[in-house]
Design a protein around this ligand. Structure first.
Ligand code: FES
Length: 333
């Protein structure tokens, strides 16, 4: 039987993907790991606008045929045959070229006893995208760059960060104090190779300590958007119950998304130190009973936690190539 999938070519990047006749082009691009700015997925925000160069598409709202030289929204279009489209802001799987820009500070609010949710608006949002799980740097004058995981999904219009600023952490406090009063801040993004350039073809195990949850939130939001249907387990380790600043959100994912399983791991003694806490998190992951030869693991936390986990899982049969963490890049051993 002839393959019904249609080949879609993007200009000027030359990126290609295929789409089934009944699939919207935005979802089909995401399935192939091609990130396109988008927000509403409903033809309203116009972030995913492209211009049809060749071929015919169908507008899924009114079923009208779209002909060349006409703009279309990828989220609201299906391919009638092979297509050529013009769209600038796309990023292929694994592509990573950081850009510096001035981001508008939209909101800074406390969401835990010492964790702030920071919302930033990027200029030229259509011209920049990132993969789920990547991070950015905040560039304050006279300071070293500070790095934060992006907690929002790549298609979100605004960027969300989770910044832990305990009173004794002067540098983090300075960032929060600056963001609370500044209209804008210099940032550079995207950074990081331990990301999801495309939905994987096997179950996922996500392991986060503390604000490492931010990276996992971006990944979960992305997978939910792409209607990922393999199992996804999130193990979130914190020292104390009140450190689990978005535990309700993780619980809500479990309640309304069938493939998702949330395992909170809370330190169990008052003077629990980080190494004991990490062992507890790793033990919980090992007890999951996963088929370690057929799972992809993403981990976010301190180097001590990440390497303890990596060694334990590889000893259980996880191929090292199935383990992803930014720690491997910025703190190699
Ligand atoms: S128009 Fe908003 S995502 Fe397509």
């Amino acid at each position: 039987m002839a393959d019904a999938r249609r080949r879609i070519t993007l200009r000027p990047s030359g990126l290609e993907f295929t789409a089934s006749p009944t699939q919207d082009l935005l979802s089909a691009a995401a399935e192939s790991g091609i990130a396109v700015p988008s927000a509403c997925r409903n033809g309203v925000c116009e972030l995913c606008e492209a211009r049809l160069i060749a071929g015919q598409a169908r507008n899924t709202r009114n079923q009208q045929i779209i002909i060349p030289a006409t703009p279309l929204m990828l989220c609201r279009a299906q391919a009638e045959g092979p297509l050529e489209l013009e769209i600038e802001a796309v990023m292929a799987a694994g592509q990573n070229s950081p850009q510096k820009m001035q981001a508008k500070v939209v909101d800074v609010r406390l969401i835990g006893h010492d964790v702030y949710r920071v919302e930033l608006k990027l200029p030229r949002r259509r011209e920049l995208t990132f993969h789920a799980g990547q991070y950015l740097s905040v560039l304050l004058p006279d300071s070293e760059p500070s790095y934060f995981s992006i907690a929002s999904r790549p298609s979100a219009q605004h960027i969300e960060l989770h910044v832990q600023a305990a009173p004794e952490w002067a540098s983090a406090q300075r960032i929060i104090d600056t963001l609370k009063t500044a209209d804008s801040v210099a940032v550079e993004l995207p950074h990081g190779k331990a990301c999801l350039a495309a939905a994987p073809e096997k179950p996922l195990l996500l392991v986060a300590a503390g604000t490492g949850f931010a990276q996992m939130k971006s990944i979960v939001d992305y997978l939910r958007e792409t209607r990922f249907d393999q199992s996804v387990s999130l193990y979130w380790g914190v020292r104390r119950q009140d450190d689990m600043y978005l535990g309700d959100l993780a619980q809500q994912w479990q309640d309304d998304w069938a493939p998702f399983n949330f395992v909170p791991v809370v330190g169990d003694s008052a003077d629990n130190d980080w190494s004991g806490h990490h062992d507890q998190l790793v033990r919980a992951v090992l007890a999951s009973g996963s088929d370690w030869r057929n799972v992809e693991v993403h981990a976010s936390g301190s180097p001590a936690m990440v390497y303890t986990l990596l060694d334990a899982l590889v000893a259980e049969g996880l191929p090292p190539s199935a383990f992803f963490s930014d720690v491997l890049e910025y703190a190699p051993r």
